[in-house]
Design a protein around this ligand. Structure first.
Ligand code: SF4
Length: 197
C-alpha cells in the first residue's frame, strides 16, 4: 500500500479523482492526537493548499476550536477521500470504499479518544447508516472502522453555519462536547490545549 506513516504518497485508485485533483490531500495534525475530525473530501482551496479544511470552512472550524481552548495544531484533521472530486460533487460510494483503507489505517495508528465527523457524508460512511446530521449533532455512537471501534461524535459541517445561521449553535455545541469527551486539559494526559503554549 502506498502509505508512508499517515500519508498516502501515490494512489490512482479513483480515475475521476486522479483527473480532477492537483494533489493528494492527506490529514494534518499530530500523530498522537486524541481528537480527530473527519470531513468528506478536499475542495478547491484544500486541493490548492494541500491541507484539509482551509478557506472559509476552515476558519469556522479554527474559530470553534479556539473557543474551546484548542489550536488547529492540537488536533488531527482528515477526510474520507483524499482527492478533490470534480466540480465539488460528493464522492461516490466506490471512491469512499477505495479510500477507506487509508482512513482506517490513519485511525488505527492514531487510536484517538474521539472521532468527530463533519457533515453527512463522513457520518454516514463511518456509522454505516443514514444520519440526520442536524438532529444527531453532538450525539456519540460506537463506530466500527476496520478492526477497531471508536467513539464517534456527529457534527454538522462547518460550512453549514455559513449558509444557515441557525446551525451555528449546533456546530459550536458539538465542538464543545467533543473537546470535553476527548479530555481537553485533563490532568491525566488528555489532549493538550493550544499546544501547551
Ligand atoms: S481518493 Fe483516495 S483512493 Fe481515490 S485516488 Fe485519491 S487517495 Fe486514492
Amino acid at each position: 500500500m502506498p502509505m508512508e506513516g499517515l500519508e498516502v504518497t501515490a494512489c490512482e485508485r479513483c480515475p475521476d479523482l486522479c483527473e480532477s485533483r492537483s494533489r493528494i490531500v492527506n490529514g494534518v495534525g499530530p500523530a498522537d492526537a486524541d481528537l480527530v475530525f473527519v470531513g468528506e473530501a478536499p475542495g478547491a482551496n484544500e486541493d490548492e493548499q494541500g491541507e484539509p479544511f482551509v478557506g472559509r470552512s476552515g476558519t469556522v472550524l479554527d474559530d470553534a476550536l479556539r473557543d474551546v481552548g484548542l489550536a488547529r495544531a492540537d488536533v488531527r484533521i482528515t477526510n474520507c477521500v483524499r482527492c478533490r472530486p470534480p466540480e465539488n460533487r460528493d464522492p461516490t460510494n466506490a471512491e469512499l470504499d477505495n479510500c477507506r483503507e487509508y482512513l482506517e489505517t490513519e485511525l488505527r495508528r492514531l487510536d484517538p479518544e474521539l472521532v468527530v465527523t463533519l457533515g453527512k457524508v463522513p457520518s454516514e460512511h463511518l456509522l454505516d447508516r443514514s444520519v440526520a446530521v442536524t438532529s444527531e449533532a453532538g450525539e456519540v455512537f460506537d463506530a466500527r472502522v476496520g478492526d477497531a471501534t471508536y467513539r464517534l461524535l456527529v457534527c454538522v459541517h462547518p460550512a453549514a453555519t455559513l449558509y444557515d445561521r441557525s446551525q451555528e449553535e449546533t456546530f459550536t455545541d458539538a465542538i464543545e462536547a467533543a473537546a470535553e469527551l476527548a479530555g481537553v486539559g485533563d490532568a491525566d494526559g488528555g489532549q493538550s490545549r493550544l499546544g501547551d503554549y
